[in-house]
Design a protein around this ligand. Structure first.
Ligand SMILES: [Zn+2]
Length: 486
Protein backbone atom coordinates (compact mmCIF):
# COMPACT_ATOMS: atom_id res chain seq x y z
CA UNK A 1 0.00 0.00 0.00
CA UNK A 2 1.42 3.36 -0.97
CA UNK A 3 0.19 6.29 1.06
CA UNK A 4 0.87 9.87 0.11
CA UNK A 5 -0.38 13.19 1.35
CA UNK A 6 -2.93 14.72 -0.96
CA UNK A 7 -1.26 16.79 -3.63
CA UNK A 8 2.26 16.41 -2.24
CA UNK A 9 4.71 15.37 -4.90
CA UNK A 10 8.01 13.62 -4.30
CA UNK A 11 10.26 16.44 -5.36
CA UNK A 12 11.10 19.02 -2.75
CA UNK A 13 9.94 22.15 -4.60
CA UNK A 14 6.38 20.92 -4.90
CA UNK A 15 6.49 19.70 -1.36
CA UNK A 16 7.50 23.12 -0.10
CA UNK A 17 4.79 24.82 -2.17
CA UNK A 18 2.18 22.45 -0.80
CA UNK A 19 3.41 22.94 2.73
CA UNK A 20 3.29 26.68 2.19
CA UNK A 21 -0.37 26.36 1.32
CA UNK A 22 -1.12 24.54 4.56
CA UNK A 23 1.07 26.95 6.49
CA UNK A 24 2.08 24.65 9.31
CA UNK A 25 5.69 23.82 8.49
CA UNK A 26 8.50 25.85 9.86
CA UNK A 27 10.43 25.76 6.61
CA UNK A 28 7.89 28.27 5.33
CA UNK A 29 9.09 30.74 7.91
CA UNK A 30 12.20 31.11 5.82
CA UNK A 31 10.13 32.19 2.87
CA UNK A 32 8.37 34.92 4.82
CA UNK A 33 9.45 38.49 4.14
CA UNK A 34 11.80 39.82 6.74
CA UNK A 35 9.61 42.94 7.00
CA UNK A 36 6.66 40.81 7.99
CA UNK A 37 8.76 39.11 10.65
CA UNK A 38 9.71 42.44 12.16
CA UNK A 39 6.12 43.60 11.93
CA UNK A 40 4.88 40.59 13.88
CA UNK A 41 7.57 40.98 16.51
CA UNK A 42 6.89 44.68 17.09
CA UNK A 43 3.16 43.99 17.15
CA UNK A 44 3.54 41.44 19.90
CA UNK A 45 5.63 43.88 21.92
CA UNK A 46 2.84 46.42 21.69
CA UNK A 47 0.34 43.88 22.93
CA UNK A 48 2.52 43.14 25.95
CA UNK A 49 2.74 46.84 26.82
CA UNK A 50 -1.03 47.19 26.52
CA UNK A 51 -1.50 44.18 28.76
CA UNK A 52 0.66 45.62 31.50
CA UNK A 53 -1.46 48.76 31.53
CA UNK A 54 -4.87 47.03 31.65
CA UNK A 55 -4.49 43.99 33.87
CA UNK A 56 -8.20 43.30 34.33
CA UNK A 57 -8.80 43.25 30.60
CA UNK A 58 -5.62 41.26 30.11
CA UNK A 59 -6.94 38.23 32.04
CA UNK A 60 -9.97 37.93 29.82
CA UNK A 61 -7.95 38.51 26.71
CA UNK A 62 -5.32 35.95 27.63
CA UNK A 63 -7.95 33.35 28.48
CA UNK A 64 -9.51 33.94 25.11
CA UNK A 65 -6.06 33.66 23.56
CA UNK A 66 -5.54 30.37 25.33
CA UNK A 67 -8.82 29.01 24.05
CA UNK A 68 -7.95 30.13 20.58
CA UNK A 69 -4.53 28.50 20.78
CA UNK A 70 -5.95 25.21 21.99
CA UNK A 71 -8.47 25.28 19.23
CA UNK A 72 -5.89 26.13 16.60
CA UNK A 73 -3.56 23.42 17.94
CA UNK A 74 -6.32 20.89 17.57
CA UNK A 75 -6.94 22.15 14.09
CA UNK A 76 -3.26 21.94 13.20
CA UNK A 77 -2.27 18.59 14.70
CA UNK A 78 -5.76 17.28 14.52
CA UNK A 79 -7.13 15.25 17.40
CA UNK A 80 -7.21 12.25 15.08
CA UNK A 81 -3.50 12.32 14.30
CA UNK A 82 -1.79 9.41 15.94
CA UNK A 83 0.92 10.41 18.37
CA UNK A 84 3.94 8.13 18.37
CA UNK A 85 4.14 6.10 21.56
CA UNK A 86 7.75 5.96 22.84
CA UNK A 87 6.87 2.87 24.91
CA UNK A 88 6.57 1.00 21.63
CA UNK A 89 9.96 2.27 20.54
CA UNK A 90 11.19 -1.17 19.54
CA UNK A 91 8.05 -2.10 17.65
CA UNK A 92 7.00 1.13 15.94
CA UNK A 93 3.77 1.20 13.92
CA UNK A 94 4.41 4.10 11.54
CA UNK A 95 1.68 5.89 9.67
CA UNK A 96 1.04 9.04 7.71
CA UNK A 97 0.55 12.23 9.77
CA UNK A 98 1.99 10.53 12.84
CA UNK A 99 3.33 13.03 15.37
CA UNK A 100 6.80 12.65 16.94
CA UNK A 101 7.83 14.74 19.94
CA UNK A 102 11.30 15.40 18.51
CA UNK A 103 13.63 14.68 15.64
CA UNK A 104 15.62 12.33 17.85
CA UNK A 105 12.52 10.28 18.58
CA UNK A 106 11.69 10.08 14.87
CA UNK A 107 15.19 8.92 13.98
CA UNK A 108 15.14 6.29 16.72
CA UNK A 109 11.81 5.03 15.40
CA UNK A 110 13.36 4.74 11.91
CA UNK A 111 16.25 2.74 13.36
CA UNK A 112 13.88 0.40 15.18
CA UNK A 113 11.75 0.06 12.04
CA UNK A 114 14.83 -0.90 10.01
CA UNK A 115 15.88 -3.54 12.56
CA UNK A 116 12.36 -4.89 12.99
CA UNK A 117 11.86 -5.24 9.22
CA UNK A 118 15.50 -6.27 8.60
CA UNK A 119 16.10 -3.58 5.98
CA UNK A 120 18.81 -0.95 5.76
CA UNK A 121 17.36 2.52 6.10
CA UNK A 122 19.39 5.66 5.44
CA UNK A 123 18.68 9.36 5.90
CA UNK A 124 18.79 11.47 2.75
CA UNK A 125 17.88 14.73 4.50
CA UNK A 126 18.67 15.43 8.11
CA UNK A 127 18.57 19.03 9.25
CA UNK A 128 16.82 21.10 11.89
CA UNK A 129 13.42 21.12 10.19
CA UNK A 130 13.20 17.97 8.08
CA UNK A 131 14.29 14.36 8.11
CA UNK A 132 13.88 12.14 5.07
CA UNK A 133 14.60 8.42 5.20
CA UNK A 134 14.69 5.91 2.35
CA UNK A 135 15.42 2.22 1.98
CA UNK A 136 19.10 1.76 1.07
CA UNK A 137 18.31 -0.91 -1.51
CA UNK A 138 18.22 0.55 -5.01
CA UNK A 139 14.79 0.38 -6.61
CA UNK A 140 12.91 -0.08 -3.33
CA UNK A 141 10.05 2.37 -2.96
CA UNK A 142 9.98 2.63 0.85
CA UNK A 143 10.43 6.18 2.06
CA UNK A 144 9.27 8.47 4.81
CA UNK A 145 9.44 12.25 5.18
CA UNK A 146 8.93 14.14 8.43
CA UNK A 147 9.01 17.90 8.86
CA UNK A 148 9.06 20.14 11.88
CA UNK A 149 5.83 21.84 12.85
CA UNK A 150 5.84 25.60 13.12
CA UNK A 151 6.90 27.02 16.51
CA UNK A 152 7.38 23.66 18.20
CA UNK A 153 9.81 20.77 18.32
CA UNK A 154 7.23 18.33 17.02
CA UNK A 155 7.87 16.47 13.79
CA UNK A 156 5.08 15.12 11.63
CA UNK A 157 5.15 12.50 8.90
CA UNK A 158 3.96 14.12 5.68
CA UNK A 159 4.95 11.41 3.21
CA UNK A 160 5.05 7.69 3.79
CA UNK A 161 5.41 4.83 1.33
CA UNK A 162 5.29 1.88 3.64
CA UNK A 163 5.98 -1.05 1.35
CA UNK A 164 9.44 -2.53 0.87
CA UNK A 165 9.92 -4.13 -2.54
CA UNK A 166 13.37 -5.36 -1.51
CA UNK A 167 14.27 -8.64 0.25
CA UNK A 168 15.14 -8.81 3.94
CA UNK A 169 18.81 -8.72 4.90
CA UNK A 170 20.67 -10.38 7.79
CA UNK A 171 23.31 -7.70 8.29
CA UNK A 172 21.31 -4.59 9.11
CA UNK A 173 23.54 -1.53 9.25
CA UNK A 174 21.08 0.25 11.55
CA UNK A 175 21.98 -2.15 14.39
CA UNK A 176 24.15 0.15 16.50
CA UNK A 177 25.79 -0.22 19.89
CA UNK A 178 23.74 2.57 21.45
CA UNK A 179 20.47 1.03 20.23
CA UNK A 180 21.45 -2.40 21.60
CA UNK A 181 22.52 -1.02 24.98
CA UNK A 182 19.27 0.88 25.34
CA UNK A 183 17.10 -1.98 24.07
CA UNK A 184 18.62 -4.54 26.47
CA UNK A 185 19.25 -2.26 29.45
CA UNK A 186 16.82 -4.13 31.70
CA UNK A 187 18.39 -7.49 30.81
CA UNK A 188 21.82 -6.18 31.81
CA UNK A 189 20.39 -4.69 34.96
CA UNK A 190 18.79 -7.95 36.08
CA UNK A 191 21.82 -10.08 35.22
CA UNK A 192 24.98 -7.97 34.91
CA UNK A 193 27.22 -11.03 35.27
CA UNK A 194 25.81 -12.78 32.21
CA UNK A 195 28.48 -13.62 29.63
CA UNK A 196 28.38 -11.62 26.41
CA UNK A 197 28.67 -14.67 24.15
CA UNK A 198 25.42 -16.22 25.37
CA UNK A 199 23.65 -12.90 25.36
CA UNK A 200 24.76 -12.23 21.77
CA UNK A 201 23.34 -15.55 20.57
CA UNK A 202 20.04 -14.77 22.31
CA UNK A 203 19.64 -11.33 20.79
CA UNK A 204 20.59 -12.58 17.33
CA UNK A 205 17.86 -15.21 17.66
CA UNK A 206 15.40 -12.59 18.85
CA UNK A 207 16.20 -9.88 16.31
CA UNK A 208 17.10 -12.28 13.47
CA UNK A 209 19.87 -9.81 12.65
CA UNK A 210 23.62 -10.01 12.76
CA UNK A 211 25.27 -8.55 15.87
CA UNK A 212 29.06 -8.60 15.89
CA UNK A 213 31.04 -9.68 18.94
CA UNK A 214 32.53 -6.21 19.22
CA UNK A 215 29.08 -4.64 19.14
CA UNK A 216 27.85 -7.02 21.83
CA UNK A 217 30.81 -6.22 24.10
CA UNK A 218 30.52 -2.49 23.52
CA UNK A 219 26.75 -2.60 24.10
CA UNK A 220 27.23 -4.37 27.42
CA UNK A 221 29.88 -1.86 28.50
CA UNK A 222 27.68 1.05 27.46
CA UNK A 223 24.65 -0.39 29.26
CA UNK A 224 26.65 -0.97 32.43
CA UNK A 225 28.03 2.57 32.23
CA UNK A 226 24.46 3.84 31.98
CA UNK A 227 23.49 1.75 35.00
CA UNK A 228 26.55 2.17 37.19
CA UNK A 229 28.07 5.44 36.01
CA UNK A 230 31.34 5.89 34.16
CA UNK A 231 34.62 4.66 35.76
CA UNK A 232 35.66 8.27 36.35
CA UNK A 233 32.34 9.04 38.04
CA UNK A 234 32.77 6.00 40.28
CA UNK A 235 36.12 7.31 41.52
CA UNK A 236 34.45 10.57 42.55
CA UNK A 237 31.95 8.59 44.64
CA UNK A 238 34.60 6.73 46.68
CA UNK A 239 34.46 9.22 49.57
CA UNK A 240 30.72 8.66 49.93
CA UNK A 241 31.13 4.91 49.62
CA UNK A 242 33.82 4.82 52.34
CA UNK A 243 31.64 6.92 54.63
CA UNK A 244 28.64 4.69 54.00
CA UNK A 245 30.68 1.57 54.83
CA UNK A 246 31.87 3.11 58.10
CA UNK A 247 28.36 4.19 59.02
CA UNK A 248 26.70 0.85 58.30
CA UNK A 249 29.51 -1.39 59.63
CA UNK A 250 30.50 0.15 62.94
CA UNK A 251 34.00 -0.73 64.07
CA UNK A 252 35.20 -1.48 60.53
CA UNK A 253 38.39 0.00 59.14
CA UNK A 254 37.88 1.75 55.82
CA UNK A 255 40.75 3.83 54.46
CA UNK A 256 40.73 5.83 51.25
CA UNK A 257 44.19 7.08 50.30
CA UNK A 258 44.57 10.01 47.91
CA UNK A 259 47.73 11.39 46.30
CA UNK A 260 48.04 15.05 45.56
CA UNK A 261 49.59 15.41 42.12
CA UNK A 262 49.92 18.95 40.76
CA UNK A 263 46.97 20.10 42.84
CA UNK A 264 44.79 17.23 41.63
CA UNK A 265 43.58 14.36 43.77
CA UNK A 266 44.62 10.96 42.47
CA UNK A 267 43.45 7.63 43.79
CA UNK A 268 46.12 5.74 45.73
CA UNK A 269 44.49 3.00 47.81
CA UNK A 270 41.26 1.71 49.29
CA UNK A 271 41.46 -0.60 52.29
CA UNK A 272 38.57 -2.44 53.94
CA UNK A 273 38.52 -4.66 57.02
CA UNK A 274 35.00 -5.30 58.26
CA UNK A 275 34.36 -5.41 61.97
CA UNK A 276 32.52 -8.74 61.69
CA UNK A 277 35.52 -10.30 59.92
CA UNK A 278 37.94 -8.95 62.54
CA UNK A 279 35.86 -10.39 65.37
CA UNK A 280 35.46 -13.72 63.59
CA UNK A 281 39.18 -13.99 62.96
CA UNK A 282 40.09 -13.13 66.55
CA UNK A 283 37.34 -15.35 67.91
CA UNK A 284 38.23 -18.66 66.34
CA UNK A 285 40.67 -18.69 63.45
CA UNK A 286 44.13 -20.23 63.47
CA UNK A 287 47.06 -17.80 63.75
CA UNK A 288 47.77 -18.22 60.06
CA UNK A 289 47.38 -15.44 57.51
CA UNK A 290 47.67 -16.00 53.77
CA UNK A 291 48.56 -13.01 51.63
CA UNK A 292 48.13 -12.71 47.88
CA UNK A 293 47.59 -10.17 45.16
CA UNK A 294 45.98 -10.16 41.73
CA UNK A 295 45.99 -7.65 38.90
CA UNK A 296 42.83 -5.74 38.08
CA UNK A 297 41.60 -5.76 34.50
CA UNK A 298 39.06 -2.95 34.62
CA UNK A 299 39.25 0.42 32.89
CA UNK A 300 41.80 1.57 35.47
CA UNK A 301 44.55 -0.89 36.22
CA UNK A 302 45.67 -1.66 39.74
CA UNK A 303 46.26 -4.50 42.15
CA UNK A 304 43.95 -6.15 44.63
CA UNK A 305 45.72 -7.48 47.72
CA UNK A 306 43.83 -9.92 49.89
CA UNK A 307 44.46 -11.54 53.25
CA UNK A 308 42.73 -14.77 54.14
CA UNK A 309 42.75 -16.66 57.43
CA UNK A 310 42.09 -20.34 58.17
CA UNK A 311 39.18 -21.26 60.42
CA UNK A 312 39.17 -24.33 62.76
CA UNK A 313 37.60 -26.44 59.98
CA UNK A 314 40.51 -25.51 57.72
CA UNK A 315 38.21 -23.43 55.52
CA UNK A 316 39.16 -20.05 54.17
CA UNK A 317 38.19 -16.98 56.13
CA UNK A 318 38.65 -13.58 54.41
CA UNK A 319 40.08 -10.86 56.65
CA UNK A 320 40.81 -7.71 54.69
CA UNK A 321 41.43 -6.41 51.18
CA UNK A 322 43.21 -3.48 49.63
CA UNK A 323 43.08 -1.93 46.16
CA UNK A 324 46.27 -0.11 45.21
CA UNK A 325 47.76 1.46 42.12
CA UNK A 326 51.00 -0.56 42.19
CA UNK A 327 52.68 -3.21 44.31
CA UNK A 328 55.80 -2.11 46.20
CA UNK A 329 57.56 -2.56 49.55
CA UNK A 330 55.90 0.63 50.82
CA UNK A 331 52.38 -0.50 49.95
CA UNK A 332 52.96 -3.95 51.46
CA UNK A 333 54.39 -2.34 54.60
CA UNK A 334 51.40 -0.05 54.89
CA UNK A 335 48.99 -2.96 54.33
CA UNK A 336 50.68 -5.18 56.93
CA UNK A 337 50.88 -2.35 59.48
CA UNK A 338 47.15 -1.60 59.22
CA UNK A 339 46.37 -5.33 59.30
CA UNK A 340 48.54 -5.78 62.39
CA UNK A 341 46.54 -3.10 64.14
CA UNK A 342 43.18 -4.42 62.90
CA UNK A 343 43.64 -8.03 63.99
CA UNK A 344 45.47 -6.97 67.17
CA UNK A 345 48.74 -8.83 66.57
CA UNK A 346 50.70 -8.20 69.79
CA UNK A 347 53.29 -10.98 69.56
CA UNK A 348 54.12 -11.57 65.94
CA UNK A 349 56.12 -14.72 66.78
CA UNK A 350 52.77 -16.48 67.36
CA UNK A 351 51.69 -15.94 63.79
CA UNK A 352 52.54 -17.68 60.56
CA UNK A 353 52.25 -15.93 57.23
CA UNK A 354 52.01 -17.64 53.89
CA UNK A 355 52.69 -15.92 50.58
CA UNK A 356 54.05 -16.34 47.09
CA UNK A 357 56.97 -14.00 47.92
CA UNK A 358 55.60 -11.13 45.87
CA UNK A 359 57.75 -8.19 44.97
CA UNK A 360 58.58 -6.20 48.11
CA UNK A 361 56.68 -8.50 50.46
CA UNK A 362 59.67 -10.12 52.17
CA UNK A 363 61.23 -6.73 53.03
CA UNK A 364 57.84 -5.57 54.32
CA UNK A 365 57.56 -8.66 56.54
CA UNK A 366 61.04 -8.07 57.94
CA UNK A 367 60.14 -4.55 59.01
CA UNK A 368 56.55 -5.12 60.25
CA UNK A 369 56.66 -8.73 61.51
CA UNK A 370 60.36 -9.47 62.16
CA UNK A 371 59.69 -12.52 64.37
CA UNK A 372 56.89 -14.16 62.47
CA UNK A 373 57.21 -17.54 60.74
CA UNK A 374 56.90 -17.37 57.00
CA UNK A 375 55.86 -20.09 54.57
CA UNK A 376 56.32 -20.08 50.86
CA UNK A 377 53.66 -21.70 48.69
CA UNK A 378 55.15 -25.06 47.57
CA UNK A 379 53.44 -24.88 44.18
CA UNK A 380 55.35 -21.68 43.45
CA UNK A 381 58.54 -23.22 44.83
CA UNK A 382 58.10 -26.19 42.50
CA UNK A 383 57.49 -23.86 39.54
CA UNK A 384 60.73 -22.05 40.32
CA UNK A 385 62.44 -25.44 40.71
CA UNK A 386 61.22 -26.41 37.22
CA UNK A 387 62.19 -23.05 35.74
CA UNK A 388 65.84 -23.46 36.77
CA UNK A 389 65.98 -26.75 34.86
CA UNK A 390 64.80 -29.55 37.18
CA UNK A 391 61.75 -30.55 35.19
CA UNK A 392 61.60 -34.35 35.33
CA UNK A 393 59.00 -36.24 37.37
CA UNK A 394 61.82 -37.74 39.48
CA UNK A 395 62.76 -34.24 40.70
CA UNK A 396 59.14 -33.44 41.49
CA UNK A 397 58.61 -36.62 43.50
CA UNK A 398 61.90 -36.21 45.35
CA UNK A 399 61.09 -32.60 46.23
CA UNK A 400 57.57 -33.43 47.42
CA UNK A 401 58.95 -36.20 49.65
CA UNK A 402 61.18 -33.61 51.33
CA UNK A 403 58.22 -31.20 51.57
CA UNK A 404 56.00 -33.80 53.26
CA UNK A 405 58.68 -35.12 55.63
CA UNK A 406 57.28 -34.59 59.11
CA UNK A 407 60.48 -34.98 61.14
CA UNK A 408 63.86 -33.33 60.75
CA UNK A 409 65.53 -36.75 60.49
CA UNK A 410 63.19 -37.79 57.69
CA UNK A 411 63.78 -34.46 55.94
CA UNK A 412 67.55 -34.99 56.03
CA UNK A 413 67.14 -38.48 54.53
CA UNK A 414 64.97 -37.09 51.72
CA UNK A 415 67.50 -34.36 51.01
CA UNK A 416 70.23 -36.99 50.79
CA UNK A 417 68.12 -38.80 48.19
CA UNK A 418 67.90 -35.58 46.17
CA UNK A 419 71.67 -35.19 46.48
CA UNK A 420 72.15 -38.66 45.01
CA UNK A 421 69.71 -37.81 42.21
CA UNK A 422 71.30 -34.49 41.28
CA UNK A 423 73.75 -32.49 43.34
CA UNK A 424 72.77 -29.21 41.65
CA UNK A 425 69.13 -29.69 42.61
CA UNK A 426 70.22 -30.41 46.19
CA UNK A 427 72.33 -27.21 46.26
CA UNK A 428 69.43 -25.17 44.90
CA UNK A 429 66.99 -26.48 47.53
CA UNK A 430 69.54 -26.20 50.36
CA UNK A 431 69.62 -22.43 49.88
CA UNK A 432 65.89 -22.19 50.65
CA UNK A 433 65.19 -22.13 54.40
CA UNK A 434 63.28 -25.41 55.14
CA UNK A 435 61.07 -23.57 57.63
CA UNK A 436 59.44 -21.94 54.60
CA UNK A 437 58.54 -25.10 52.71
CA UNK A 438 58.98 -28.38 54.64
CA UNK A 439 56.52 -29.69 57.24
CA UNK A 440 59.43 -30.94 59.34
CA UNK A 441 60.52 -27.37 60.11
CA UNK A 442 57.14 -25.65 60.50
CA UNK A 443 56.26 -24.08 63.87
CA UNK A 444 53.78 -26.11 65.92
CA UNK A 445 51.76 -23.20 67.25
CA UNK A 446 49.19 -22.79 64.46
CA UNK A 447 48.51 -26.58 64.36
CA UNK A 448 48.32 -26.24 60.62
CA UNK A 449 50.44 -28.09 58.06
CA UNK A 450 49.21 -26.10 55.09
CA UNK A 451 51.66 -26.25 52.17
CA UNK A 452 49.93 -24.27 49.45
CA UNK A 453 48.68 -20.73 49.37
CA UNK A 454 45.46 -22.08 47.88
CA UNK A 455 43.25 -20.27 50.38
CA UNK A 456 44.08 -16.98 48.75
CA UNK A 457 44.11 -18.61 45.36
CA UNK A 458 40.64 -20.02 45.89
CA UNK A 459 39.42 -16.70 47.22
CA UNK A 460 40.77 -14.78 44.23
CA UNK A 461 38.95 -16.83 41.52
CA UNK A 462 35.70 -15.99 43.29
CA UNK A 463 36.37 -12.34 42.73
CA UNK A 464 37.71 -12.82 39.18
CA UNK A 465 34.35 -11.75 37.80
CA UNK A 466 34.71 -8.45 39.60
CA UNK A 467 38.25 -7.74 38.42
CA UNK A 468 37.22 -6.21 35.10
CA UNK A 469 34.64 -3.90 36.66
CA UNK A 470 34.96 -0.25 37.58
CA UNK A 471 36.24 0.40 41.08
CA UNK A 472 32.97 0.94 42.92
CA UNK A 473 31.20 -1.99 41.25
CA UNK A 474 34.16 -4.21 42.09
CA UNK A 475 34.32 -3.13 45.74
CA UNK A 476 30.60 -3.62 46.12
CA UNK A 477 30.84 -7.02 44.42
CA UNK A 478 33.52 -8.13 46.91
CA UNK A 479 31.51 -6.79 49.85
CA UNK A 480 28.41 -8.71 48.74
CA UNK A 481 30.49 -11.85 48.26
CA UNK A 482 31.91 -11.54 51.78
CA UNK A 483 28.46 -10.92 53.26
CA UNK A 484 27.18 -14.10 51.60
CA UNK A 485 30.19 -16.05 52.89
CA UNK A 486 29.65 -15.00 56.50
ZN1 LIG B 1 13.32 -1.74 0.98
Amino acid sequence: MNVETGGVEDDEINNETEAGGVGIFEENVEFLDSENDIGIASGSNNVEEDNSENESIDMVASENDLDEHTQSDDEENGPNFVVYNPNQMYDPALELRMIFSSKKEFKKAMQSHAIKNKRNVKFTKNDSFRVYAVCSREGCEWKIHATKLKNEHTFQVNLYKDEHTCPQVFKVKNVKTSWLSERYLQEFKSDPKRCVTGWRVDIMNELRCHVSRDQAYRAKREALTKLEGSPEYQFTKLWDYAEELRKTNLGSTVVLGINDENGQNRFEKFYVCFSALKQGFLGGCRPVICVDGCHLKGPHKGILLTTVGVDPNNNLYPIAYLVIQRESTNTWEWFLTVLKHDVCIQRDSEYTFMSNKQKGLIQAFQSVFPNTAHRFCVRHLHNNFKNVGFRALAYKNAMWKAVRASTVRDFKLRMEEIKKLDEKAFDWLKEKPPSEWSKSHFTELPKCDMLLNNYCESFNPNILDARDKSILTMLEWIREYLMQKL
